[in-house]
Design a binder for this molecule. Sequence first.
Ligand code: HEC
Length: 448
Amino acid sequence: MSYRLPAILKLNAANKTEEQEEKINTTQNFIYTGIVLVVLALIWNTYLLVKDTPRENHLMEWLNIVIRVMHFTFGIAWIGASFYFVFLENALNRSENVRDELAGNLWAVHGGGFYYLEKYKVAPKTIPKHLHWFKYEAYFTWLSGFSLLFITYYFNASAILIDKNILDITPFSAISIGIGSFIIGWIIYDLLCKSTLIKRPVLFALTGFALLVAFAYFYTEVFSSRAAYIHFGAMIGSIMVANVFFVIIPSQKAMVKAAKENKPLNPQLGKNALARSIHNNYFTLPVLFVMVSNHFPSTFGYEYPWLTLAIISLGAAGIKHYLNLREKKQQSVWVMPVSVIVLLAACFVSAPPANPNACRSSVSFAEINMIFQSRCVSCHSAKPTDDIYKVAPNGVMYDTPQEIVLKKDLVMQRVVLTKTMPQNNKTNMTEEERDKIRCWIEQGASLK
Ligand code: HEC
């Protein structure tokens, strides 16, 4: 059996006109959109089929991992390209044998081949027909990230986003605050970039940093600390994508248009785009830290989570600065060591107290078991009674004494040191109970 392709798709590259290419692109976009809609409809139907059955959790975990893998794959492509082009910019040979119309060039060897790249001062005299644009990496990173934010935090807002001990708000207000904060963050940042402050890099960086700390503080006063972390990362990530969408790509489009129409190019367009692209470069490492830290309660399970965020942002941007200086072959003795010390400080300040109260009497297992039964098994059981968790989270169950003893190290970490369990202290565990659990583990976690 054979089926026919539309004639337009069969023309080969050499004899296609611009108009025909446009047509092909539109056809392709329609086909892709159709495929995406069909897939979404299938997923939705499957969800309705398995809803409220034991398979619901199975489906949700698969969806979660698929989107997560997409998110970091697009992220790698985007950040990889971003690092690469900032490296190019930094490492360009700007002096030896550079033609007049060029800003510089670079020889490189990679994957068994030699490459020679040239950067134009503004634009070539004629814009080539095939010009590669880097933008979908950024857009898809953001779209998949936003989907993850919904799946993990917003669909379960009352359980994960909101911590009633921090601020008792409705899921609707919490989600609105979250999304609203991304928009406000972008508006403030964009205004800063358009102000005269941009001409004073040090002052600009300091203001930007103060703004980041303010956001970090705000988030930790509104959300659970884990959600505060992810919102901090998502806010910066959204600024990065908005930089691509609202500034970098439109500037490039305007440049291409002007060049095609033989109109004079406004060099400021290129400069603006480059500045935003460099900001994105500095934002990258703090964002990556935040995304990964969400899986490490020692990072967000600290009394002042905003302080860790502030320190990490500073140190990580410092590391990026050092790498940029090196690529420009500029010597710097202190940037790297200072950045490392700053990063280490985050680990030190968030450390749990070294000398907790001495344990006076020996704690019996009966007492401990009671605490687990009243504070943990509503979620961590073969048959949870919690209103949200219908399956034991992460497969952790405390139905039998052996299960409690086996997981004692994780219990120490989550209940005593980081205090990130019970989740958002939903079951109102007291400090005395945490202390009892600590003493019991320190005394050997026996079943007596
Ligand atoms: C409201 C539901 C809820 C309650 C109550 C609760 N947990 Fe959890 N627990 C979770 C969720 C959700 C996760 C998975 C997300 C995470 O790791 O933060 C989790 C994860 C954990 C983990 C990490 C497992 C891993 O693989 O890393 C441990 C350990 C844990 N809980 C212990 C406890 C203990 C001990 C208690 C009681 C003092 C408790 N939890 C009470 C919901 C709960």
